[in-house]
Write a protein that binds this ligand. Structure first.
Ligand code: CP
Ligand code: NVA
Length: 312
């Protein structure tokens, strides 16, 4: 049985560890098929509506290409071009779109908007990023690490920077689910969402995950195998830009900090990057940065996800 069929994909914790492993297997297979030049029309005649309330390069293009390569049709819709932008409710939009399309992807601010859309839609809803979660990004990050290292159980993974954001939250959930070691470093006021953190701590008891938070970036990065960061100014927080830049400055992933990690350590960043802010050129453009593979892997993961969710 395919546990993804017709399911919503709102957050990593919607799935079991086995589900995530199955998704990554499917993504590796999709990637190898494409490398050999094979494209299979698993989603012939199927349609995905993609609604964006925020800008996007990777999510938009990779999901759009994923649908096309699978023989389906993507419809990219900006929320301000829909009646949604003039006050039509999320629920009414969900009911109507469910009569036309086979799935809906939404990139939005409030995670609750996604939950409302999913509750009212008869078709699967995929989170293309909300303020709280970015699950499809972390699935691609996991694929990138599995390709590079093989099994992830023995690795120390460090996340440094703004830890109260979507990417960190999805990483925390993934680590808790899969039994990984994840050390998160951030200033006190940018600590992860407490509800997500306590869910993860409880889950870690069962999975054997080692989850820790520290305010010290050096402690997190020391002997790490993987160092991850993300922008200090997520979409929607631009008004706090100056305060964030000055508060988060000590958490910059630069050569000095990265040198504390293991010699073979790799660097991940979901992109877009801000060189000179959360990361320096020497690190992100250096030999141990996997960011381009990471970005490419969005495509393969999305193909796997769409096939599993939309095809029986
Ligand atoms: N990483 C990511 O989601 O990028 P976009 O905002 O370009 O989609
Ligand atoms: N945390 C970032 C991720 C961008 C893909 C944001 O929400 O803007």
């Amino acid at each position: 049985a395919n546990p993804f069929y017709m399911r919503d994909v709102l957050k990593v914790s919607d799935f079991t560890a086995e589900d995530v492993r199955a998704l990554l297997e499917e993504a590796r297979w999709m990637k190898s098929l494409r490398r050999k030049g094979y494209l299979h029309s698993y989603l012939q005649g199927r349609t995905l509506a993609l609604i964006f309330e925020k800008p996007s390069t990777r999510t938009r293009v990779s999901f759009e290409v994923a649908m096309l390569e699978l023989g389906g049709h993507p419809l990219v819709l900006r929320s301000d071009e829909l009646q949604l932008g003039r006050g039509e409710t999320v629920e009414d939009t969900a009911r109507v779109l469910s009569r036309y399309v086979d799935g809906i992807l939404l990139r939005t601010h409030a995670h609750e908007t996604l939950e409302r859309l999913a509750a009212a839609a008869d078709v699967p809803v995929i989170n293309g990023l909300s303020d709280l979660h970015h699950p499809t990004q972390v699935f691609a990050d996991l694929l990138t690490l599995v390709e590079h290292f093989g099994p992830l159980g023995e690795l120390k993974i460090a996340y440094v920077g703004d830890a109260r954001n979507n990417v960190t939250h999805s990483w925390i959930e993934a680590a808790a689910l899969l039994g990984l070691t994840l050390v998160v470093a951030s200033p006190e006021e940018y600590r992860p969402d407490p509800e997500i953190w306590s869910w993860a701590e409880a889950r870690a008891q069962e999975s054997g995950a080692d989850l820790r938070w520290t305010s010290d970036p050096r402690e997190a990065v020391a002997d790490a195998d993987v160092v991850i960061t993300d922008t200090w100014v997520s979409m929607g927080t631009e008004a706090e830009r100056e305060a964030r830049l000055s508060r988060l400055r000590p958490y910059q992933v630069n050569e000095g900090l990265f040198a504390l990690a293991r010699k073979e350590a790799v660097f991940l960043h979901c992109l877009p990057a801000h060189r000179g802010e959360e990361v320096t050129e020497a690190v992100i453009d250096g030999p141990r940065s996997l960011v381009w593979d990471e970005a490419e892997n969005r495509l393969h993961v999305h193909k796997a996800l769409l096939r599993l969710v939309l095809a029986p």
